[in-house]
Design a protein. Structure first.
Length: 336
């Protein structure tokens, strides 16, 4: 009996110890502590996820409002608890790593905030996760948007944007026209989206990167919105404010989020006024201190923006007295 009691006591002790063992590092979720000056866009690029995914994982109702010192949970595919990573070996290049993991050099640079293709042995790189290709939807069915989508007014890419919808927005497929689908939004409006945008979340050769989009493309897209009404907080062709206008024009850029002009000012590389190129963002101090207004440079000294005073999207010259005296600087988000 004494031996049985001893064995029972040992088992109880082992059980107690097992129950109180802390979680191992591999079971802990991936987290990030916000540093001064950071925004969700930069954090999302670093970890190869979307702004919307981080906001959803942390219950953020307003993704623009994060504070230094805040600890964010970083979601990963399959809830594995850790992002894929690669430790650079001697002889590795970004190209060879991209081929190994079936991603692109641009995606690796974006996920790791690399400004060049230089890497060093021992460096740890975050590998952006690939996303599955979905089967083409059938007419008459309901689907959810697999990514943020640009809904257009007609079945071609030159049609103006009707709306931008978030990932997981329910859509009803009404009809198909030469690889374009007419879809009904939850509010009853109808518009068009290309089938590729409903099937994949990143295009081949540009996964997470920006190689296929240039500043000139952005400038041409921006001009299409001339005359669009100004609306505070707006981000559709029905009305935009200055940062909403930037968002809707740049929405094809992977990872681009709806932020404030102050946050956009923290992105990209600073550009001197003499070196401005189409697609660069230009910033002004207007109704509040700091970069409270933003526009898109078009070339020849002109920029386009959503002007609250004129109540519409319009073009102005940078040397106009009002804007010249309030000019704060420029940032380059894309390759020219």
């Amino acid at each position: 009996m004494r031996a049985i009691a001893s064995i029972t006591g040992t088992l109880l002790l082992l059980t107690s110890l097992w129950l109180t063992v802390p979680e191992t590092a591999s079971a802990r979720p991936l987290t990030h502590t916000v540093r001064p000056g950071e925004n969700l866009y930069r954090i999302a690029l670093r970890y190869g996820v979307t702004v919307e995914a981080i906001a959803r994982a942390n219950g953020l109702s307003d993704p623009e409002r994060i504070r230094a010192g805040q600890v964010l949970t970083i979601p990963t595919a399959g809830n594995s608890g850790a992002a894929r990573s690669h430790i650079v070996q001697r002889g590795d290049t970004l190209s060879s790593i991209a081929r190994r993991y079936r991603t692109s050099v641009e995606a690796l640079q974006a996920a790791n905030a690399l400004r060049s293709d230089r890497i060093r042995p021992g460096q740890t790189l975050t590998i952006p996760r690939g996303l599955a290709v979905l089967p083409p939807p059938e007419v008459g069915t309901r689907v959810v948007a697999p990514q943020p989508l640009r809904i257009r007014r007609g079945p071609k890419s030159f049609f103006a944007t009707l709306a931008l919808v978030a990932a997981e927005t329910p859509l009803e497929i009404l009809r198909e026209d030469n690889a374009w689908y007419e879809v009904q939004l939850p509010d009853g409006e109808t518009g068009w989206v290309h089938q590729d945008d409903l099937r994949i979340t990143e295009r081949p050769g540009a996964a997470g990167g920006q190689s296929s989009i240039r500043g000139g493309d952005i400038a041409r897209e921006a001009i299409r919105y001339l005359g669009t009404p100004y609306r505070w907080g707006g981000q559709t062709s029905g009305g935009v404010d200055c940062s909403g206008f930037v968002f809707i024009v740049f929405s094809r850029v992977p990872g681009m989020a709806r932020l404030r002009s102050y946050d956009y000012f923290q992105m990209g590389a600073p550009v001197q006024a003499a070196n401005l190129l189409p697609g660069d963002l230009v910033f002004f101090t207007t109704y509040a201190p700091g970069p409270s207004h933003v526009g898109i440079y078009l070339g020849d000294g002109k920029f386009i923006h959503a002007a609250s005073g004129a109540r519409r999207v319009m073009m102005n010259a940078l040397d106009d007295q009002y804007y010249a005296t309030r000019y704060l600087g420029a940032r380059r988000i894309l390759n020219p």
